[in-house]
Every structure is written in C-alpha cells, then in structure tokens.
Design a protein. Structure first.
Length: 97
C-alpha cells in the first residue's frame, strides 16, 4: 500500500508487516486516516484518525483524533492484537512519522 513518510517527505510502498516493523524497534508512528467516522461498540468513543506507535516493540498504543482534534483516550495492544485491530489497508490515507 502507498504510505507517505512525513520525515523523509516521500511516498513509499509498505505492507502491514513492514509498518509494524517500522513502529516496533524504529520508534515510528503510523497514522491511519479513515474513510469515515468509527465508533466503539459501547458508543463511547468516535474517531476518524488512529495514531499507532510502539511502547517497547511488543506493546503498542493507539491514540485517536476526531475532525482534527486529538482525543484523550487511548488503547493498549500487544503484538498479537495487531492482527485484529491494526488495519492500514482500510484507511484512505496512511502516514508514517
């Protein structure tokens, strides 16, 4: 998939696995700009951008934005959770920072 690298200011091609590898040891953040708004199953949180980064290579954190405003909520994930929750292929735009 096409990913814009905001540090090097170039477009790159990267798979989901490659993005995870860039996050885990490299300290890079992946921003997923979604097609529309998403809401959690409880109806508590609504967002349109997901900001993914790694804590220590095995644990990851996802922060959220809605309409340009960073929200105070975040969720923690282990490397195995990423198979279910990290979905860059569903985003309209992916940025690497």
């Amino acid at each position: 998939m096409k990913v814009y690298d905001t540090v090097n200011k170039v477009d790159i091609e990267a798979t989901e696995e490659e993005l995870i590898k860039l996050m885990a040891p490299g300290g890079r953040q992946v921003d997923l700009y979604l097609e529309g708004k998403k809401t959690d199953e409880d109806g508590y949180l609504t967002w349109d951008v997901e900001h993914w980064s790694s804590i220590d290579g095995k644990r990851f954190i996802r922060c959220y934005s809605l309409e340009g405003r960073v929200l105070g909520e975040s969720t923690g994930h282990n490397i195995y959770d990423l198979r279910n929750d990290f979905k860059p292929e569903e985003a309209k735009e992916v940025k690497l920072s």
